[in-house]
Design a protein around this ligand. Structure first.
Ligand SMILES: [Zn+2]
Length: 203
């Protein structure tokens, strides 16, 4: 990422939308934006791909066999409109007895990494699970299951166009979480459960 080039492009953009990039309040804005982009778009540089620290299940004589859940939040940019979408995520996995456990801060880092570029929520959900599944399957048994649900709030829907609030839910399920899968008549149940995530309860 060429900082000077981004600065110049932003100066030009400000002028084009009717601003005066030379006024005092905007003097250092292109520079600040260019600096900020290093963080907001860190996902374009593969060097920033997070190292996922894992621990062998069964170490020190303790084997964990149940579901592990975690949640958190994050921000990304909608690739269709270039504005932010914010989201909350719900992650879960069931480690294999001969598999690995993962530090949950690493899950957060993987999500931040894939969110730090122009994205669509659908792809973000898949990329995170692909990456974590691969890391947790390296040289060992893969997890019994893994699931990620992302609930996103898209500002391109809120602040422009239809100007509607509302959240979008996407999910990616692997292994045990796919049973029974949606194609086998479980769509209604899944839909009703997801409504709870909206805070809406049962209809
Ligand atoms: Zn959009």
């Amino acid at each position: 990422m060429n900082q000077k080039k981004i600065e110049n492009l932003w100066t030009e953009l400000l002028r084009e939308i009717g601003e005066n990039p030379d006024r005092i309040g905007l003097k250092d804005t292109p520079k600040r934006i260019a600096k900020m982009y290093k963080e907001l778009f860190a996902g374009y540089d593969k060097k920033n791909a997070p190292k996922v620290t894992t621990f062998p299940n069964g170490q020190d004589g303790i084997t964990y066999k149940q579901m592990i859940m975690d949640s958190g939040n994050g921000y990304s940019h909608c690739e269709h409109h270039g504005v932010v979408f914010s989201f909350k995520y719900y992650f879960s996995y069931i480690p294999s007895e001969k598999g690995k456990l993962v530090g949950l801060s690493k899950v957060a880092r993987v999500i931040d990494y894939f969110a730090a570029k122009f994205q669509i929520q659908e792809r973000l959900t898949q990329e995170v699970v692909d990456y974590l599944w691969k890391e947790l399957s390296k040289d060992c048994e893969p997890p019994i299951g893994m699931a990620l649900i992302i609930k996103g709030e898209h500002f391109c829907k809120k602040m422009r166009g239809v100007k509607k609030d509302g959240e979008m839910i996407t999910s990616e399920m692997r292994g045990e979480f796919l049973k029974p899968d949606l194609t086998k008549g479980n769509a209604r149940e899944e839909f009703l459960k997801l409504i709870d995530l909206y805070g809406g309860g049962r209809v």
